[in-house]
Design a binder for this molecule. Structure first.
Ligand SMILES: Cc1cc2nc3c(=O)[nH]c(=O)nc-3n(C[C@H](O)[C@H](O)[C@H](O)COP(=O)(O)OP(=O)(O)OC[C@H]3O[C@@H](n4cnc5c(N)ncnc54)[C@H](O)[C@@H]3O)c2cc1C
Ligand SMILES: NC(=O)c1ccc[n+]([C@@H]2O[C@H](COP(=O)([O-])OP(=O)(O)OC[C@H]3O[C@@H](n4cnc5c(N)ncnc54)[C@H](O)[C@@H]3O)[C@@H](O)[C@H]2O)c1
Length: 464
C-alpha cells in the first residue's frame, strides 16, 4: 500500500546531541518538526557514552580512594569491595533519569512529533520510517556513530565488547584486554582496574593518546601503570581468536598473543551514514563515511544539513551541541556563524583528568610557529599536593611572536575544569601577558595558570 506523505517544515534524523535543542528552536519559530530516533533519545552521550561512563568513573574513583584511605589517615575496617551490580544500578538510574527527562521535554516541544524507527532517505526531500513517508524542505542529519572494528579479523568468532556493552556489565571481568589506547580505551582501562580487574591495553601506536604532546602521553601512561595497568605499545591487533580463557588478541603480525577473559574493542568510531540512503538524496560523504559539510554545516544538497559526529568536524557532545547553535543562529537569527571559529577543547576522563584546549606544543611547532611554553609539574601545585594527587603537569603554549595563547594541557586534579580559564582567555583574545594579570583563588590548580603564563621558556621552533 503506498504510504501517505506527511508534510513537516523540518525533519531531524537522530535524536542525538544537536537534535532536541534544534527541534525546540525550530518549533518555537513556528515550524512543524519531526524528530526520528531508531533507538533511544539522547543518543550515544546520554545512553552509552558520556553519562554512564562518567558515572562509572565516579564509582571507580571512590574505590580508589577507599583503597588509599590509610594514606589520608582514615581507617576502613576490612577490604573495600566493589559490587559491580550496584555500580551498574547506580549508573543505570542516572542514565534512565536523564533520558526520561529528555523524552518528556521533547514530547512537550511546540510543533514537534517524535517518531521511533529507522530513517532512510528516498529523495532529497523525503525520508521513510517504516511505512511512513515524511516530506520536508529542511532535513537535519544528527545520526552519530558506532564502534569501528573493521581492521580486526575474527570478531565474528569471539564475544567481544564495545563501549556500549561495557556500561551494562554487572560482573567484573577477570582480565580485560583493551584494544586501543585512546579516550574510550583508557577511561575503561582505569575504571575496571580500580574495580578489581586485571587490565592490559594493546595499542598500535608507539604511545597513548597520540594527539597529545609526547611527554603528556608518557605522564598518562605513568599514572595508569602505577595502578597496575599493563601496556603493549607498537602492538597492532590484527585478529582476535577464541581461547579457553575467553579470547586472544593477536599482534605483531601474528607472532604475539594477549589472552584475557574479556576483550574491549576501543579502536575508533565510524559514522552511522551507511544505512541512511544518502545516495538517494545525493548527499556526498568522505572516505571514512563522514558527511561532507561546509563551514556552516550545509551538505552539498541545498536544504540538508549534517550535525554532530556524522560530519567529522568534531567527535564530542559539546561539538555536536555547538553545531546546533551554529545552524540555528544562521537559519533563525540571520547570523553567519562558522564551525571554523570553534576552539578545540576536550577532556580525557582518567583520574586525574586531562583538560585540553587549542594546540599542543608539537602541533604548533609542526605549523612552523615559534613558541614559548610555560610548564609546571603537579608536584609543585599546592592544591594537588594537599589532595594527595600530585601526578601529571600543567602547561600553556604561546606564540613567541604575537604572544597569542595557542593552547594548554592540564593533567591533574580538576584539570577538566581548570582548563576553562585558558579556553575563556583564548575566546576573549587575551595574550599570555594579559593572562598573567588574572588573580585566581588560592588554593586551586587554576591559580597556577597565570603563574605559568608568566614563566614561559625561551622562544623555540621545530627542527628541520
Ligand atoms: C564510551 C563513550 C564515552 C564518551 N564520553 C564523552 C565525554 O565524556 N565527553 C564528550 O564530549 N563526548 C563523549 N563521547 C562522545 C559523544 O558521546 C558523542 O560525540 C556525541 O554523543 C555525538 O552526538 P551526536 O548527536 O553526533 O550523535 P549520537 O549522540 O550518537 O546520536 C545519534 C542518534 O541518531 C540515532 N540514529 C542513527 N541513525 C539513525 C537513523 N537512520 N534513523 C533514526 N535514528 C538514527 C542513533 O540511534 C542516536 O540516538 C563519548 C562516546 C563514547 C562512545
Ligand atoms: N572524554 C571524552 O570526551 C571521550 C570519551 C570517550 C570517547 N570519546 C569520543 O569517542 C571517539 C572514539 O574514541 P576511541 O578511543 O574509540 O577512538 P580514537 O580514534 O580516539 O582512538 C582509537 C585508538 O585505537 C588504536 N587502534 C586502532 N586500531 C587498532 C588495532 N587494530 N590495534 C591496536 N590499536 C588500534 C588507535 O591507534 C587509537 O589510539 C573519540 O574520538 C572521542 O571523540 C570522547
Amino acid at each position: 500500500m503506498p504510504a501517505v506523505t506527511e508534510r513537516f517544515d523540518a525533519v531531524i534524523i537522530g535524536a542525538g546531541q544537536a537534535a532536541s535543542a534544534l527541534a525546540n528552536r525550530l518549533g518555537t519559530a513556528g515550524m512543524t518538526v519531526a524528530v526520528i530516533e531508531r533507538r533511544a533519545v539522547g543518543g550515544t552521550c546520554v545512553n552509552v557514552g558520556c553519562t554512564p561512563t562518567k558515572a562509572m568513573v565516579a564509582s571507580a574513583r571512590v574505590a580508589r580512594l577507599a583503597a588509599r584511605a590509610g594514606e589520608y589517615g582514615v581507617t576502613i575496617p576490612g577490604t573495600p569491595v566493589v559490587d559491580m551490580a550496584a555500580v551498574n544500578d547506580r549508573t543505570r538510574a542516572i542514565v534512565d533519569k536523564s533520558r526520561a527527562g529528555l523524552e518528556r521535554w521533547i514530547a512537550g516541544l511546540p510543533g514537534c512529533t517524535l517518531i521511533h524507527g529507522h530513517a532512510r532517505f528516498e529523495s532529497a526531500r523525503t525520508v521513510r520510517v517504516g511505512d511512513r513517508l515524511l516530506e520536508a524542505d529542511k532535513i537535519f542529519i544528527d545520526v552519530g556513530g558506532r564502534a569501528s572494528a573493521s581492521n580486526i579479523e575474527g570478531l565474528g568468532d569471539v564475544d567481544w565488547l564495545s563501549s556500549s556493552d561495557m556500561v551494562t556489565l554487572r560482573e567484573l571481568p577477570r582480565h580485560l584486554v583493551v584494544i586501543g589506547g585512546s579516550y574510550i580505551g583508557l577511561e575503561f582501562a582505569q575504571m575496571f582496574r580500580r574495580f578489581g580487574s586485571q587490565v592490559t591495553v594493546v595499542e598500535r601506536g608507539a604511545r597513548l593518546m597520540p594527539r597529545e604532546d609526547s611527554d603528556v602521553s608518557d605522564e598518562i601512561r605513568a599514572i595508569l601503570e602505577a595502578e597496575g595497568i599493563v601496556f603493549k605499545l607498537d602492538a597492532e591487533c590484527i585478529q582476535v581468536r577464541p581461547h579457553p580463557e575467553g579470547g586472544a588478541v593477536i599482534t605483531h603480525g601474528g607472532k604475539e598473543q594477549t589472552v584475557g577473559s574479556h576483550i574491549l574493542v576501543a579502536a575508533g568510531r565510524v559514522p552511522n551514514t551507511d544505512d541512511l540512503g544518502l545516495d538517494k538524496a545525493g548527499v556526498r560523504t568522505g572516505p571514512h563515511g563522514h558527511i561532507e559539510v561546509d563551514e556552516q554545516l550545509r551538505t552539498n544538497v541545498p536544504g540538508i544539513w549534517a550535525l554532530g559526529d556524522c560530519n567529522g568536524r568534531g567527535a564530542f557532545t559539546h561539538t555536536a551541541y555547538n553545531d546546533y547553535e551554529i545552524v540555528a543562529a544562521n537559519l533563525l537569527d540571520g547570523e553567519s556563524r562558522s564551525v571554523n571559529d570553534r576552539i578545540p577543547v576536550y577532556a580525557l576522563y582518567i583520574d586525574p583528568p586531562l583538560g585540553r584546549v587549542g594546540m599542543t606544543e608539537e602541533q604548533a611547532l609542526a605549523q612552523g610557529r615559534t613558541v614559548r611554553v610555560g610548564k609546571r609539574p603537579m608536584a609543585r601545585v599546592g592544591r594537588a599536593v594537599e589532595k594527595g594527587e600530585s601526578q601529571g603537569s600543567m602547561r600553556i603554549v604561546a606564540d613567541a611572536q604575537t604572544d597569542e595563547i595557542l593552547g594548554a594541557a592540564i593533567l591533574g586534579p580538576g584539570g577538566d575544569e581548570a582548563v576553562h580559564m585558558v579556553l575563556a582567555a583564548m575566546a576573549a583574545g587575551m595574550t599570555s601577558r594579559q593572562l598573567t594579570h588574572v588573580v585566581a583563588i588560592h588554593p586551586t590548580v587554576s591559580e597556577l595558570i597565570p603563574t605559568i603564563a608568566g614563566e614561559l621558556d625561551a622562544p623555540h621552533a621545530g627542527g628541520g
